[in-house]
Ligand binder design. Structure first.
Ligand code: FE2
Length: 322
């Protein structure tokens, strides 16, 4: 199976409007110009545009966020209770590749099925299928996303996305061997590198394109969920400008500014209303098809105070309201 990129994610949260505010005012994302499934209207007829009128908010209260040419990259759906990941969308090349991917998933014992035209329209893609990973996360495989262009960040932020996907997501992996097998053997991701930090804990990084990793599997005790979502911006000034907004708004910095040893990302981490941390970084490393995996013995060149297992555990519990 050949996954092209992490194309989108969906989040469940009790207050999508608060997530929209955080995403636009702090992160620099843009409300989607239209929500998936909406009629775009006729460009030549004034006032015939989508009903959401660039608010990024759909009739059911879901919020859609844009970071590049793609219509949307992050959705937040209203759900009572704790915020958290609802689904991840992985892009495949086309309709035949989607059919083949679903066959391979079923053959490997992971129930997978093709979605309807309505389900595809609800994600603004051409075709869609669904399955689950061994950690219980919902995975959507899709092809043909709507590209409406015209991204304009409220803060002038330029995100490094496009063919590299929206960034990376680091999943907590109590069932590390099963999860690793699923992402590598079935989905076709390749191991980039890994770090062991004692007590059977480890961070493992997997790529499906030139981005150092699109998926990370982090084993810290048996904690489930998501550790963080990383969005890459175009240069250190944009990382610093986001950090200034974070400090001015009183958002909690969960890991200080630093540079990772493996993907060379210069970044910091913050608490978010998404139910997991958000990392904003730049200068992430690219890998080629000739990459060979390696083991790192330390996580950082400098900085990133707050990424030790104990602090990770404490921050996740705090964000989950536990
Ligand atoms: Fe990261």
């Amino acid at each position: 199976m050949n996954i092209r990129s992490l194309g989108y994610i969906g989040i469940a949260a009790p207050d999508p409007a608060a997530c929209l505010d955080f995403a636009t005012r702090i992160l620099g994302l843009m409300p989607a110009r239209a929500c998936p499934g909406e009629d775009w209207g006729t460009p030549a007829i004034p006032g015939s545009g989508p009903a959401s009128a660039g608010s990024g908010t759909a009739a059911d209260g879901s919020v859609y966020l844009k970071m590049d040419d793609q219509q949307w990259r992050i959705a937040v759906h209203p759900r009572p209770g704790r915020a958290g990941l609802l689904y991840m969308g992985f892009e495949v090349a086309g309709p035949l590749e989607l059919e083949q991917a679903l066959r391979e998933l079923n053959a490997a014992g992971h129930a997978a099925h093709m979605g309807s035209a309505e389900e595809a329209a609800a994600r603004a893609v051409t075709g869609i299928g669904r399955t689950h990973d061994p950690l219980g996360n919902t995975l959507e495989l899709f092809y043909g996303p709507v590209k409406d262009r015209k991204f304009a960040s409220p803060h002038g932020t330029r995100f490094v996305a496009g063919e590299l996907g929206l960034g990376h997501i680091n999943l907590m992996a109590p069932l590390l061997p099963e999860a690793r097998d699923f992402y590598v053997r079935t989905l076709g991701f390749r191991l980039t590198d890994f770090i062991r930090f004692g007590g059977g804990n480890s961070a493992n990084f997997f790529h499906c394109n030139a981005r150092h990793h699109s998926v990370g599997l982090l084993k810290v005790a048996d904690i489930p969920g998501v550790h963080h979502l990383m969005l890459e911006v175009d240069g250190i000034d944009q990382v610093g400008q986001c950090l200034e907004r974070v400090e001015a708004a009183g958002v909690q910095v969960t890991s200080t500014l630093g540079r990772h040893a493996n993907d060379r990302m210069l970044s910091f981490y913050m608490a978010s209303p998404f139910g997991f941390e958000v990392e904003i970084g730049c200068e992430g490393m690219r890998v080629g098809s000739d990459w060979t995996p390696c083991e790192f013995v330390e996580g950082d060149v400098w900085g990133h105070r707050g990424l030790d297992p104990e602090t990770i555990q404490r921050n996740l519990a705090a964000m989950a309201g536990g």
